[in-house]
Design a protein around this ligand. Structure first.
Ligand code: AR6
Length: 178
């Protein structure tokens, strides 16, 4: 383990585009890295058209992959775009979802990003059952934590209280929060 101080892990209810105090936000992207519904739509609307322009040469990405761009008009310096698995299609779904969290965190670490906020990747349009996705997220976070020395805040932003409770309980079960 090379991280003397473990990153703070927290869950909040809110909008991923309104996280003014983190350096990076994670996008639940589509393969083309263009606007869409849900998180991707909200991020591209808030970031402005420069985000889609910057992303064009980075696409397409594969399920589990993560790439990074600037934040444009978002209050964040960076956007880390992850393509989650479509549940029941991109198999094994748990591995692909774990890859998203792992690759996003390793990319943040590599870039020296100290704080980032994630949405609940794949649990909207891509249909991943929230409790199963939360278990994968917590397990992956626990595995990757020892490899992080620069990331000091990992926030999860859930759209509603019930989604937040599901993730909070998975993180607590994994011993990652109080
Ligand atoms: N802030 C935080 N969470 C949100 C927000 C927001 N602004 N908007 C939605 N959520 P989704 P996916 C929640 O569908 O399942 C897009 O069309 C939402 O309630 O954004 O990975 C892309 O173009 C859900 O719990 O991501 C892709 O094609 C979670 O965020 C596809 O959807 C993820 O929902 C990606 O699907």
């Amino acid at each position: 383990m090379n991280n003397a101080v473990r990153p703070v892990v927290e869950c909040v209810t809110g909008d991923i585009t309104r996280q003014t105090d983190v350096e990076a936000v994670v996008n639940a992207a589509n393969a083309e890295l263009q606007t869409g519904g849900g998180v991707a739509g909200a991020i591209h609307r808030a970031a402005g058209p420069g985000l889609a322009r910057e992303c064009r040469p980075l696409a397409p990405i594969r399920p589990g992959e993560a790439v990074i761009s600037g934040g444009h008009e978002l209050p964040n310096d960076w956007v880390i775009h992850c393509l989650g698995p479509v549940y029941g299609v991109d198999e094994p779904a748990d591995k692909r979802l774990a890859d998203c969290y792992r690759n996003a965190l390793l990319l943040a670490e590599k870039k020296g990003i100290s704080s980032l906020a994630f949405p609940a990747i794949s649990t909207g349009a891509f249909g991943y059952p929230p409790a199963d996705a939360a278990a994968v997220c917590a397990r992956t976070l626990k595995e990757i934590m020892p490899e992080l020395s620069r990331v000091s805040l990992i926030r999860f932003v859930l759209f509603d209280a019930s989604a937040r409770e599901i993730l909070e309980s998975a993180l607590a079960k994994a011993g990652l929060t109080e």
